[in-house]
Design a protein around this ligand. Structure first.
Ligand code: SF4
Length: 289
């Protein structure tokens, strides 16, 4: 039987909707899920009806940040979400704005928040529904991540999450895992120019992948690419610290990165870096093409 899905939008740029529409196996998805409402897909309900829906259903997907004042289709959006949340079996907070407040929270930190969390603290607007919520941060979230969560909950009734309610299968990894530049990172060969194929982007170009939880270099975008593969640093968009200023810059203190790879001590980093830099491996200094 198809699961019923209501996909509603708070304060958003549509990014997660656009990302989701790039899912390569949409036929499979539409065979398994009935979108009662989706902003872009054919739906049986209008947005007005969706926000006032009062029957039980399976998945409430909230895209975008939430505020107590925000009005959508003539309704107070926060109150609509609360009413819908009661009737939903599962709630997916989709994208960094829905999870932490994201870029919109930066503009209005007093009023705008995520569905469940306010940055790292648990004081979002739906905390009473905590047990039903799965957080899928990302700016945007990868379509495969969304479908993985939907399928896990539909088929097995559960998904293993971390302390921030993020699925471990996706966010147990760092974005650094699987990057094609890992060898440059190990030997501390830095990329000096934007957009080149060679070198690691951590030290000179602001790459946040060693401190960012996500699977962008494991589950590739459009099945072919990732930011770091195409020459752009990871901006850390799945974390509550996103966005930050100077995204192409690595903050350092006395030449040591302010944020070190997750779980790596300053001492370990300095020791390994010091040793690696004493080797000069010509192959890694040459242009690849
Ligand atoms: S570019 Fe970023 S993701 Fe790739 S190896 Fe360097 S730090 Fe890791």
């Amino acid at each position: 039987m198809k699961s019923k899905v209501l996909w509603i939008q708070g304060i958003t740029c549509n990014g997660n909707t656009q990302s989701f529409l790039n899912y390569p196996n949409m036929e499979y998805l539409l065979d398994r899920y009935d979108f009662l409402y989706h902003p872009f897909l054919d739906s049986s309900l209008s947005v007005n009806e969706a926000l006032r829906y009062d029957k039980k259903f399976d998945f409430l997907i909230v895209e975008g940040a939430v505020s107590k004042e925000f009005i959508r289709a003539g309704e107070n959006f926060y109150q609509s979400v609360k009413k819908l949340a009661k009737n939903a079996k599962y709630i997916l907070a989709l994208g960094t704005c829905a999870v932490y407040g994201g870029i919109f929270k930066e503009k209005d930190p007093k009023n705008i928040t995520g569905v469940l969390y306010d940055k790292d603290e648990e004081k979002g607007l739906l905390k009473e529904f905590k047990d039903k919520v799965v957080n899928i941060p990302g700016c945007p979230a990868h379509p495969e991540w969304i479908v993985f969560v939907l399928d896990s909950l539909k088929d097995r009734g559960a998904v293993i999450t971390d302390e921030l309610k993020r699925p471990k299968e996706i966010y147990g990894y760092l974005t650094h895992h699987g990057c094609t530049r890992n060898e440059y990172f190990e030997w501390k060969v830095d990329s000096k120019d934007f957009g080149t194929k060679e070198g690691c982007l951590f030290y000179l170009q602001g790459c946040r992948a060693p401190t960012t939880h996500g699977s962008c270099n494991r589950i590739l975008w459009n099945e072919v690419n990732s930011k770091t593969r195409s020459g752009s640093p990871c901006f850390g968009c799945t974390e509550s610290s996103f966005p930050r200023s100077n995204m192409f810059e690595t903050k350092t203190f006395m030449s040591i990165p302010a944020d070190l790879p997750v779980g790596v001590s300053k001492r370990a980093y300095l020791t390994v870096t010091g040793i690696a830099k004493t080797f000069h491996i010509k192959r890694l200094k040459d242009r690849l093409i």
